[in-house]
Design a protein around this ligand. Structure first.
Ligand code: HEM
Length: 522
């Protein structure tokens, strides 16, 4: 009863706002066509169209989905605390492709790797867009990040230039940068002298240092106030932006008129982020590394006018700034979360660590691991693949947008439909994976039945994770160094082992836990 009253009041309020909006719009227009529309009868078809969009989905009627409530649509589904698990459960009822409504937006959720591949890889040019959103524009300075920018000539130039700069760094220096961080991380763990600790911050510092070294030739100590400020601010932005309080503003514009403390915090953190990164770039421009082979120096060079080249790029200082944001956000919490998941799962199956350790000792003897050793270390590689399968740290990738009318799995998908690739669901599909919820690295050994083709933790197509090569090298070297040097033991016999469901926001993280890093005898 109470719910119905609230719904009716909200509906009346929205109707009133729409009438006011259309009346204002029609008064503002002055051209001939607009004068036609000034007639009150032209306002109402538009009003009806908006209401129609609000209530009814326009995707193929053959795509089913959970019941959509008046006005709220499927907001309650989208506000679930572990969205990837909830979306995967919905796939059991509605199939591998289903629809959700949110305000006037229609979303199509894809839950199996073949369907995801069809949209992201085979039909990449139809689905390479990103949704335009009010809050996304605030976080990305009007869509000027690679991750949130829509598919356009400017975005393509931005991605191309960053991709080549990253490739150059990967060839020239990435291996030694990661090795240095892996050795430093091992030293930090040795210094704990067998104490039970939460390692998540150490993993964050190590992965963040890889990115700051690549971009600015700078690495930080865990105690650095500068690093702490930056990490705090980026984490806060990611977690606030993933919260339903903020996403609701994209689907229900009227809510922007009301006070929203999480949104005010988001604005404050974005301003703080821009101040911190801006300071870094200005310091870098003055430093001796300016001419060196870092990613930022390559990007800054692209902005300089080339002799004889007419307007060679549309990129600006803002793009360089936002590339740093993209790489720091994309490249820090993902790797840290995956390392943290790996240790958590290894505590549940300690014999896996022993097998990796034996393989490392047998193949490398006393030598440090190199990325080129990966072909000799199948068990270690199987462990990494299994972690990427079980806990894809970007479980719902980043939403895509259909930039033209298209189809997926034979269903009509109109332009502007939002596509959610449920990578978590695809990696737990019982049709593809035997015993999908169990931690079994052996499935990726020869004859184990695990399908590398169905493993899509980095997405695919035009929007394939830009840091895939960096991430693979980091995962390999960090895991090899850690498992070579330490045996991870539970904090105590009394404490329960880490909980493995995790907390899902933009990044899927394990809940905090403590662990003992016991040094192996060398
Ligand atoms: C295990 C680690 C990682 C995983 C699982 C991962 C996964 C993903 C996924 C699923 C996407 C979205 C793809 C899509 O929209 O279809 C993505 C995008 C992106 N990732 Fe990663 N990522 C990882 C590490 C990194 C690293 C280390 C960097 C930077 C060095 C990075 C930078 C980016 C960027 C810039 C994008 C946006 C690409 C675009 O929109 O064109 N990621 N990542």
């Amino acid at each position: 009863m109470c719910f119905s009253v609230v719904s009716v009041v909200l509906l009346l309020f929205i109707l009133w706002m729409l009438v006011v909006k259309f009346r204002r719009q029609s008064h503002r227009r002055t051209d001939g066509v607009a004068k036609e529309n000034n007639k009150p009868e032209a306002v109402f078809p538009k009003l009806l169209h908006s209401l129609y969009k609000l209530f009814f989905s326009t995707v193929s009627p053959t795509i089913s989905g959970p019941r959509s409530l008046p006005l709220l649509g499927n907001m309650l589904d989208l506000a679930q605390d572990h969205l990837p698990i909830h979306l995967t459960a919905l796939a059991k009822c509605y199939g591998n492709i289903y629809r959700l409504n949110c305000g006037s937006t229609t979303m199509v959720v894809l839950n199996n790797s073949e369907i995801i591949r069809e949209a992201l890889v085979k039909k990449w040019s139809d689905f390479a867009g990103r949704p335009h959103s009010y809050t996304g524009d605030i976080v990305s300075r009007g869509g000027r990040t690679i991750s949130l920018g829509d598919f356009s000539e400017e975005w393509k130039a931005h991605r191309r230039v960053t991709h080549s700069a990253l490739q150059r760094c990967t060839t020239d220096s990435l291996h030694s940068v990661i090795e240095k961080q892996a050795q430093h991380l091992c030293q930090v763990l040795r210094d704990y002298s067998g104490k039970a600790v939460d390692l998540s911050e150490d993993f964050t510092v190590a992965s963040s240092n890889v990115i700051t070294t690549l971009t600015f030739s700078k690495a930080y100590d865990k105690s650095s106030a500068e690093l702490q400020k930056l990490q705090e601010c980026l984490n806060e932005i990611v977690s606030l932006w993933g919260s339903p309080w903020i996403s609701a503003l994209d689907s229900f514009p009227l809510l922007r008129k009301f006070p929203n403390p999480p949104f005010s915090r988001l604005m404050k953190e974005v301003a703080r982020r821009d101040e911190l990164i801006g300071k870094h770039i200005e310091e870098f421009k003055k430093s001796e590394h300016k001419e060196g082979g870092t990613l930022t120096s390559s990007l800054l060079k692209c902005l300089e006018p080339q002799q004889g080249a007419a307007n060679h790029t549309t990129l600006t200082d803002t793009h360089v700034h936002m590339t740093t944001v993209d790489l720091l956000i994309g490249g820090t919490e993902t790797i840290a979360a995956l390392l943290n998941w790996t240790v958590a799962f290894l505590l549940h199956r300690p014999e896996v660590q022993d097998k990796v350790y034996e393989e490392l000792c047998c193949m490398l003897d006393v030598r440090h691991p190199q990325y080129s050793d990966r072909h000799k270390l199948p068990y270690l590689c199987a462990l990494i693949s299994e972690m990427l399968r079980l806990r894809p740290v970007a479980p719902l990738a980043v939403p895509h947008r259909a930039i033209r009318n298209s189809s997926i799995a034979g269903h009509f998908i109109p332009k502007n439909t939002i596509i959610i690739p449920n990578l978590y669901g695809a990696h737990h599909d019982p049709e593809v994976w035997d015993d999908p919820y169990s931690f079994k690295p052996e499935r990726f050994l020869e004859g184990g039945g695990g399908s590398l083709r169905s493993l899509i933790p980095f997405g695919g197509g035009a929007r394939l994770c830009l840091g895939e090569a960096v991430a693979k090298m980091e995962m390999f070297l960090f895991t090899a160094y850690l498992l070579r040097e330490f045996k991870f033991l539970p904090a105590s016999k009394e404490e329960p082992l880490p909980e493995l469901r995790g907390v899902a926001s933009v990044v899927l993280k394990v809940k905090p836990y403590t662990v003992i890093a016991h040094p192996r005898e060398q």
